[in-house]
Design a binder for this molecule. Sequence first.
Ligand SMILES: [Zn+2]
Length: 438
Amino acid sequence: MGTFFRNALLVQLDPPTVQTGHLREEAGVIAELGPRVVAVEGDEIVDCDGAVLMPGLVNGHTHLYSALAAGMPAPPRTPQNFHEILQFVWWRLDRAHSLESVRVSGQIGALAALRCGTTTLVDHHASPTAIEGSLTVLADGIADVGCRAVLCYETTNRNTDDESRQGLSENERFAYECQAKNDGKFAPMVGAHASFTLKEESLAGCVDMAQQLGVGVHIHVAEDPVDEQITRQEFGCGLMDRFQQHGLLDVAGSILAHGTHLSEKDYALLNERSDKLTLAHNPNSNMNNGVGYTPVVRLEKPPLLGTDGIGADMWREARTAQFKSNDAGLPLSFGKPLEMLGQSARFASRCLNAKLGLLELQAAADLVLTDYRPATPLTAENLAGHLLFAMGPEFVRHVMIDGHWRLKDSQVVGCDETALRANSVEVARELHQRMVNL
Ligand SMILES: [Zn+2]
């Protein structure tokens, strides 16, 4: 017994394919698809009526700890630069988190993702006053909604040295927990904030731990010039040289988030190491923080695409990636953001040991059934035009993850969304009050 999706427009983003037909899900994977597939007795029948059915989207870099940021207290004074944005806004929010508010952030962040058809999140977590156990409660919150996630804790020396040791331990603890479960729903990485807040022993510790665990390092890189400036002052070398000295560029499966202010030489090095490392591009966040445009056109392989904590709408992120490249005078070839979404899905697939982002036999039944019935012909060749100019989260109607319904007729299934949101208001009120008291 499974689920039979009848009469769908079956759309895969990367590589782009479009076909009309049917799809059968059974035991959490795609069992059959094509024009001649028939339902099996006992299948639940879902009539798609010619609408687009596609794999769930993957957010390649996010921070669910910011899921309760809406309406938070204003910074004590207006930040004048990126370092002050971190100090007065985000580092104040993350220090105010408790384990309870982290769990609720996981629930609310995952709900936001679900409604956008985003079924997997690659997250980078920080809660400096509630470190131990934070990745488990974050995962619990996400699991309440049903999304998959690749999680890590942001190791840093920015508050105390003990914080860095605790951060490393939390990465290790959660990694063993995940690897013991090996359920395809959660996977670990080793998190590091950014070079400019990491002492030598902390950066070395992250690289060693990642190698021991057989996972990648997830770190911010050159989001703003301050990263390179402080690295040069404190450590006497540039960012990429420092990473190279520590062996970070040899850790397979690592994510360098942003890369906005890397040099052409650095980009050449990234291209050389593209079998091991990937950049994560976050154009909306870069615009919001005023840090400038990341010249992703210099990359030979597409980067991951992420929201950096500004929601989970990957349609908007893809559109901004295309538009902003044109605006910055470094235009990407049309449709490149679809390849970024594909890269994000392939990255998460390797971490989670599941086939994500694909409509093929044995791929994960992480499926988004939309209300999108194209008003103009839709083909593999013009799919990017539909995705970037006509489709969007407003068309997401049903979402299945791992063969389980999580959104049906726009209603959340499997958890009480109204109750979660009501509880969240109270938890967020306390979180915002703690920010004021800091
Ligand atoms: Zn980030």
